[in-house]
Design a protein around this ligand. Structure first.
Ligand code: 5GP
Length: 190
């Protein structure tokens, strides 16, 4: 998606450790006009799929997923980071390794909001090694729900997540795929 690529080129900052900072329009300050265009693009790409719910993960997926949910006319559920002390049986749980913080944390979704009747579109801001998506897929499968597709804003194509997901036969639509980037601010898109 040209508009997103141009914005990343203009305002994205490459940090050490292969981290792309997009704080000024996605991860801290949010450009809702841009989110609306992204949502329209996902609507076009997933046309004809019987999506009845969007699933994302807190915190940075929530903004884009909320705008996408309005475009699709469906509710959005976000997986919550939880304390493992809480042994509530009414949740599906899984563990995710954080790319940016390195820690392993547990996320939960209430069984009330994810069921076998659901046809899920997963939305997230970044795809790197795929840990966050693997966790979300695990939650959807635990519920017996169907995964209709995955929409990602920025995929880092030089990390292995995209390949892992596409190998599973899931429709994965990343609106910008970074092929390479360096700390001089040179960013090449696929
Ligand atoms: P993964 O689980 O695919 O390795 O990483 C995905 C998650 O890590 C995303 O939800 C995002 O929050 C974070 N992440 C991974 N790479 C980057 C990056 O380059 N920049 C930012 N801002 N977040 C990232």
């Amino acid at each position: 998606m040209k508009m997103l690529e141009e914005r990343i080129r203009k305002d994205g900052i490459v940090r050490e450790g292969n981290v792309l900072k997009v704080d000024s329009f996605i991860n801290h300050q949010m450009d809702i006009g841009l989110f609306e265009e992204m949502a329209k693009e996902w609507k076009r790409l997933f046309a004809g799929k019987p999506i009845n719910k969007i699933l994302t993960i807190e915190a940075s997926g929530i903004g884009i997923a909320a705008i996408a949910a309005r475009e699709f006319g469906v509710p959005v559920v976000f997986a919550k980071k939880s304390m493992s002390i809480n042994l509530d049986q009414d949740n599906y749980r899984t563990q995710i390794q954080s790319y940016t913080h390195g820690k392993i944390y547990e996320v939960i979704v209430s069984k009330k909001f994810l069921t076998k009747e659901d046809h899920i579109l997963i939305i997230d801001d970044f795809l790197a090694n795929g840990c966050a998506l693997m966790g979300l897929l695990d939650l959807v499968r635990s519920a017996g729900a169907a995964v209709e597709g995955i929409g990602i804003a920025i995929e880092k194509g030089f990390q292995r997540g995209g390949e892992l997901i596409r190998k599973q036969g899931i429709q994965l639509e990343s609106l910008a795929i970074v092929e390479s980037m360096n700390e001089n601010g040179e960013i090449v898109f696929r």
